[in-house]
Design a protein around this ligand. Structure first.
Ligand code: S3P
Length: 436
């Protein structure tokens, strides 16, 4: 399906965003192996988090939904997950399907490795092209047998076993790999320690502590003790800052924008976006800072104004990994542009995001100089309305909707439905705040 997008004058109003995708996956997975019923409010509505629930259902986990009254008087949907206890998942019938979700496949594999049955997990065409060796190696070291097409690609066949704890130093910075190992560690004998090359999002570590796991954290190192029963929790998921990014960047493209986002997750391992925007001169304020289930949460107020441009490299890449496509769109319209380096990981996402960002920007008449590990996007480029494509990647669909709002003339976005992977109501929400 395609969607026509008209340019906007500014982005103004107030919004509440759907629940954080990363946190939702983790709450569901931990709830599934805890003792008792875990409830989750504001669970991410996208297809990715539905894939996690679907797989858990096939593993014998009962999941139900109900409407509940909240303190604010607004009804909310609450998910209830009937925990099966440590090592309590059931052997699934047939292949598990993670859809488009790398998080589901990688993190669930950590749990499957510690269950003494055979299982297989696959995904859509995009997921079948994504590397899994990075989780296969540590899980094999822990004692599981994991095989894959060509040694790295889904479907994965997992023969779970009684795992033993390991020390692992992943060569790539990946929160999914870290989480797969920590989840397997919960089911292993002894301690499992993971030391990351660069700090990545720490929602798993926070959720583990919340569920009563024995977890010890040091700088870039986390140790978990296996065999400790988890306690069911009452949880609420904050708004997704990676979804907020599309609205913040859209607002920053217009001098007269004034946007207020409520209840956004502000975990410091995810807020490099706000620092980066402020570093370019953006007017971004955080208000009503609080804490919920160990995660920081607050409101964000942004107003439009000129931006200088910036450079993303080194440790910043992992911290901004999901925001880079929309920052590239913004970068083209800053004073000095955007330089990106050390971002080879972007080629291994739902699409090759270095290539798909460059392709769409060029279709809009912008200049982009490609590098093997990034790109240079000169500033002060006025984008022209064009025929764009999501290339089946949700973040590309949303980033180029933002680009189209600031373009001269109408754009056509092909394969716009990709946005449902993380944000089913994205286009409607954007329409609410885009003034024309
Ligand atoms: C995620 C980690 C990141 C990120 C993805 C979600 C997570 O992936 O890009 O959208 O929830 O742990 P990698 O671990 O592959 O960097």
């Amino acid at each position: 399906m395609s969607r026509r997008i008209q340019p906007a004058k500014n982005i103004t109003g107030g919004l509440r965003l759907p629940g954080d995708k990363s946190i939702s996956h983790r709450y569901a997975l931990l709830g599934a192996i805890a003792d008792g019923e875990t409830t989750i409010r504001n669970y991410a509505p996208g297809a990715d988090c539905a894939s996690t629930l679907h797989c858990l259902g096939k593993l014998g986990v009962a999941v139900s939904r109900s409407q509940v009254d909240t303190e604010t008087g607004e009804p909310a949907e609450e998910l209830a997950i009937e925990g099966r206890g440590l090592r309590g998942l059931q052997q699934p019938e047939g292949m598990l399907d993670a859809g488009n979700s790398g998080s589901t496949m990688r993190m669930l594999s950590g749990l499957l490795a510690g269950h003494q049955f055979r299982s297989a997990i696959t995904g859509d065409d995009s997921l079948q092209r994504r590397p899994m060796k990075r989780i296969m190696e540590p899980l094999t070291q822990m004692g599981a047998r994991v095989t894959a097409r060509d040694g790295s690609f889904p479907p994965l066949q997992i023969e779970g076993t009684a795992l033993r704890g390991i020390e692992h130093r992943p060569p790539v910075a990946s929160a999914q790999v870290k989480s797969a190992v920590l989840l397997a560690g919960l089911l292993a004998e002894g301690e499992t320690r993971i030391s990351e090359p660069v700090q990545t999002r720490d929602h798993t570590e926070i959720a583990l502590a919340q569920f009563g796991a024995e977890v010890v954290r040091g700088p870039r190192t986390t140790t978990v003790r296996g065999g400790v029963a988890l306690r069911a929790q009452k949880l609420a998921v904050p708004g997704d800052i990676s979804s907020a990014a599309f609205f913040l960047c859209a607002a920053l493209l217009f001098p007269s924008s004034d946007l207020y986002l409520q209840d956004v997750g502000l975990n410091p391992s995810r807020t490099a976006l706000l620092d980066f925007l402020c570093g370019m001169g953006a007017q971004v304020k955080v208000l009503n800072l609080g804490e919920n289930c160990g995660e920081l949460i607050g409101d964000i107020h942004v107003t439009g104004g000129p931006l200088q441009g910036g450079r993303i490299e080194g440790e910043m890449v992992a911290a901004l990994i999901d925001e880079i496509p929309v920052l590239a769109v913004l970068g083209a319209q800053t004073e000095e542009g955007l330089v990106l380096r050390n971002a080879q990981e972007l080629r291994l996402k739902e699409s090759d995001r270095l290539a798909t960002v460059a392709e769409n920007l060029r279709r809009m008449g912008a200049q982009v100089q490609m590098q093997p590990d990034g790109f240079d996007i000169p500033g002060r480029q006025r984008l022209a309305g064009a025929e764009l494509d999501s290339f089946g990647d949700h973040r590309i669909a949303m980033a180029f909707t933002v680009a189209a709002l600031a373009a001269k003339g109408e754009s056509l976005l092909n394969n716009d439905a990709a946005a449902v992977v993380s944000f089913p109501g994205f286009f409607e929400q954007m329409e609410k705040v885009a003034e024309r």
